[in-house]
Design a binder for this molecule. Structure first.
Ligand code: UDP
Length: 477
């Protein structure tokens, strides 16, 4: 147990497994390895119980506080999901201020305040109260650099960024085409666009960036970023990744793991689009047909299709409840593929799956946690980005520099265009049995070793955390 008045850290997280899981993991590590107590602050608005489930099994010294619900009914029904999230962040600031004040008045005080990548607008409250303030960035450093660039993009260009004639070359980053930048900057007339400019500026209120990345994945970007921070352009960066959840036996074995037990080593392609990634009905059918035609073994986590929204899976619809997403798969697909494939509804134990010897490839939406988990397990990927900063991650992992993934880059203005079954089958075969797949597997092995080094006792992860903690101590009020 921590001492009675162990130092206390407050971590604010936006909804969604990709945010809540790494924040919970960081809080747990700060408690277990560095003697902290922690409060994780969540938003009631936009949250669904499923996304808070990782918060149910935290150690006793990590508690959870939820900011009250705020009205959003004045936003248009089709408001971008990021508009909704950022509006909640703004409207709950008074509640956050009250919470931080009361924690500051408690015997443990607040050693530091951390927000995830979507909530830097909250840093100003910590600044006001004199609390050290940090962004815990749960995606790639490359995507942080691209978000820091948004104000300049808005100021120095006039066209939609996908039509920029030259790639955007950011310090230490793989070149990004305008179309690869995060999806909320793709439309200048959407009200989310100015919010993204503010987001880019809000990050600069931080005393530092704690980034879930590691040297073997983003060495050049880390080096370039450090140079800029040394010159005072940006706050310092601490590479504390990769956070990989420890595999627990408590849950009992999911049936898909028993199915994997019966498959040959390296033979199964794992297919998943994260916690919220959603395909259209037509794309679901083409993916199914492509997997079948590829004659590769597969394990597919199937979400309900949506023809409107690629992130629909985050919040589900009432129509989905009580339904089975597998019933949306093509007629006879499950029966025809029963020898070679397994379709699992909605959610599967991903870290366990990626570390199972039967798994030899991952067709992924390139959410950053999924990407890190694949790299740490030494599993090569096919990149299939859908929204948010997933294309930035896809460019990075499919670059020559990283080489972890195969990616069939779609042409500009191809939004809504379906990847046909033939292409799906070709990618699946290439990854599992082709030369490019073999090269990516080699790179994946090197990344696995790099991740092991980062996580070794006394290694870079512990050292980076210790460095940032010593800053909190010296900045303490
Ligand atoms: N995840 C999982 N099972 C699933 C889907 C997701 O365990 O069926 C976990 C996955 O291991 C990862 C997180 O949820 O840690 C998803 O985060 P990521 O950043 O990859 O994508 P997001 O869900 O934020 O789009």
């Amino acid at each position: 147990l921590p001492p009675v008045h162990a130092p206390h850290v407050v971590l604010l997280t936006s909804p969604g497994a990709g945010h809540v899981l790494p924040v919970a993991e960081l809080a747990t590590r700060l408690a277990a390895h560095h003697g902290f107590t922690a409060t994780i602050v969540t938003y009631t608005s936009l949250s669904s119980p499923a996304h808070n489930s990782p918060l149910a099994s935290l150690p006793a010294c990590v508690s959870v506080a939820a900011l009250p619900e705020v009205p959003l009914d004045d936003l248009p029904a089709d408001a971008h999901i990021v508009t909704r999230v950022l509006t909640v962040v703004h409207r709950t600031l008074p509640h956050l201020r009250d919470l931080l004040r009361s924690l500051l008045d408690s015997p443990s005080g607040v050693a530091a305040f951390l927000t995830d990548m979507l909530c830097p607008a909250a840093l100003v409250v910590a600044k006001e109260l004199g609390v050290p303030r940090y962004v815990f960035f749960t995606s790639s450093l490359t995507s942080l650099v691209s978000l820091l660039y948004t104000p300049e993009l808005a100021r120095t260009t006039t066209c939609e960024c996908r039509y920029l004639p030259e790639p955007v070359v950011l310090p230490g980053c793989v070149p990004l085409h305008g179309a690869d930048l995060v999806d909320p900057v793709q439309n200048r007339s959407d009200p989310v666009y100015p919010l993204m400019i503010d987001l880019g500026l809000d990050y600069l209120v931080a005393d530092g960036f704690i980034v879930n990345t590691f040297d073997a994945m983003e060495r050049e970007t880390l080096v370039a970023f450090k140079e800029l921070s040394d010159k005072g352009v940006y706050p310092p960066v601490y590479a504390v990744g990769p956070f990989i959840r420890s595999v627990s036996d408590e849950l009992g074995k999911h049936s898909c793991l028993r199915w994997l037990d019966g498959q040959p080593d390296g033979s199964v392609l794992y297919v998943s689009f994260g916690s919220g990634g959603t395909l259209s009905t037509e794309q679901t059918a083409e993916l199914a047909a492509g997997l079948e035609a590829s004659e590769q073994k597969f394990l597919w986590v199937v979400h309900f299709p949506s023809d409107k929204d690629r992130s629909a899976g985050y919040f589900g619809t009432s129509a989905d409840r009580g339904n089975d997403p597998l019933s949306y798969l093509p007629e006879g697909f499950v029966e025809r593929t029963s020898g070679t494939g397994l379709a699992v509804p909605l959610w599967a134990p991903q870290v366990e799956i990626l570390n199972h010897p039967a798994v030899g490839g991952f067709l992924s939406h390139c959410g950053w946690n999924s990407t890190l988990e694949s790299a740490a397990a030494g599993v090569p990927m096919v990149a299939w980005p859908l929204f948010a900063e997933q294309r930035v991650n896809a460019v990075l992992v499919s670059s020559e520099r990283v080489g972890l993934a195969l990616w069939a880059r779609p042409p500009i203005d191809s939004d809504g265009v379906v990847v046909p079954r033939g292409k799906v089958a070709e990618l699946a075969r290439e990854l599992m049995a082709g030369e490019k797949g073999a090269a990516a597997r080699k790179k994946a092995d090197q990344l696995r070793e790099g991740a092991e080094m980062a996580l070794a006792p006394g290694g870079p992860q512990r050292r980076a955390l210790a460095a940032v903690i010593s800053k909190w101590k010296s900045e303490a009020v």
